[in-house]
Design a protein around this ligand. Structure first.
Ligand SMILES: NC(=O)c1ccc[n+]([C@@H]2O[C@H](COP(=O)([O-])OP(=O)(O)OC[C@H]3O[C@@H](n4cnc5c(N)ncnc54)[C@H](O)[C@@H]3O)[C@@H](O)[C@H]2O)c1
Length: 333
């Protein structure tokens, strides 16, 4: 199987390297890279094994069995449309598009093409998160009372990235806005958000916040309490807890969790996670394995384009609640 990678910036380079680490049926025979910055794809390929090569255009990637789109968000719609028109399955980085209107038309186009587009929400491929999903959705954990999630960057993103990010909810919390309703399996009926600038004035200059708390209320009355922040002094922290009537589950807690545990005596984390790449390495590798299985028709797409609309709808509700200072009620559907 041959896989193409469009965009070899921060996350595209990571995916290209991970593709060379796969084994068995998922290991690609050839990995093709394209990036419009002259020399960038060639330089990335040169640092990887010889079955990784640079190509001259995005269209050259469409001869592969699948294409991974790891380009800036505002290019996703065009590239995903070109890929599905060429009947090439896609693994697209999140979010599929930056606003609900353009994402909705893109999702309609994807569905009418019948070509699989997997959205790169890596929580859906993270072994511990998938186990939490299984326990909740099978009823093993009982009725869900409360979910808590937190995502904290170790260091804030580069200053030039901040105005282009789409804001804390669409850029960062969107992963949990996807994963938590997916895991709970219920409609969200109300969203409340509050946020501040505590880390860096650059976020205020961009009209953004750098620390925020969101409450989701589900149809059953269960709540999710969600935090996103741009600075954690110890490391990259991403945790999820589910409080159920039969089980209480925790994801993201081990010796690498960047917290100092004070009981019964102070325990410092060993090698705290540095970044999302470090924390979710297994999830990113699984995402690539599952993409290979989706291409071969062995499994159903676990992160379909249509479902990713919901997280963007919630992120937009968070933006509205933050702006107005009021909870936002969501209509069903
Ligand atoms: N899943 C995650 O955890 C996660 C983490 C970071 C970023 N992302 C997403 O990944 C995407 C890329 O983010 P990044 O931080 O790697 O950005 P980046 O700017 O570091 O890299 C993007 C690359 O795409 C290239 N590019 C631009 N237009 C292109 C085109 N038309 N065809 C091919 N290549 C093109 C650029 O030259 C650059 O090398 C964004 O949508 C972002 O939201 C996801």
């Amino acid at each position: 199987m041959d896989i193409g990678v469009a965009g070899v910036g921060r996350i595209g380079q990571m995916h290209a390297a991970h593709l060379t680490e796969l084994d068995g049926d998922a290991a690609p025979d050839k990995i093709l890279l394209f990036d419009p910055v002259p020399g960038r794809a060639e330089a990335v390929a040169a640092a990887l094994p010889s079955h990784v090569t640079a190509v001259a255009s995005f269209d050259d990637l469409l001869a592969a069995d699948g294409v991974l789109v790891a380009t800036p968000t505002d290019t996703h719609s065009d590239l995903v449309r070109r890929a599905v028109r060429g009947r090439t399955p896609v693994l697209c980085e999140k979010p599929l598009a930056g606003d609900l209107e353009s994402m909705t038309t893109l999702v309609d186009d994807i569905e009418s093409s019948g070509v699989d587009v997997v959205v790169g929400f890596q929580r859906r491929f993270d072994p511990a998160t998938v186990e939490a999903y299984r326990r909740v959705r099978s009823g093993e954990a009982g009725q869900v009372y409360l979910v808590r999630s937190s995502v904290l960057d170790h260091v804030p993103p580069p200053k030039e990235y901040i105005p282009t990010s789409g804001g804390l909810f669409k850029d960062c919390m969107i992963h949990d806005l996807d994963a938590v309703p997916w895991l709970v399996g219920e409609e969200v009926v109300e969203v409340s958000a509050s946020g501040s600038v505590l880390v860096d004035q650059a976020f205020a200059d961009a009209g953004d916040v750098d620390y925020a708390v969101v409450t989701l209320r589900f149809a059953s009355g269960a709540h999710a309490q969600m935090t996103a922040g741009r600075h954690d002094p110890i490391g990259y922290d991403c945790k999820l807890e589910v409080y159920g009537s039969k089980q209480v589950l925790a994801v993201g807690w081990n010796e690498r969790t960047p917290v100092v545990r004070l009981e019964p005596q102070q325990v410092e984390p060993t090698r705290p996670w540095e970044s999302f790449m470090d924390r979710y390495k297994d999830a990113y590798l699984n995402e690539l394995r599952v993409f290979a299985d989706v291409i071969e028709g062995k499994v159903a797409n676990p992160s379909p384009a249509r479902e990713s609309l919901y997280s963007l709808r919630l992120a937009e509700a968070c933006d509205e609640s933050l702006r107005t200072g009021k909870p936002v009620r969501l209509e069903a559907g």
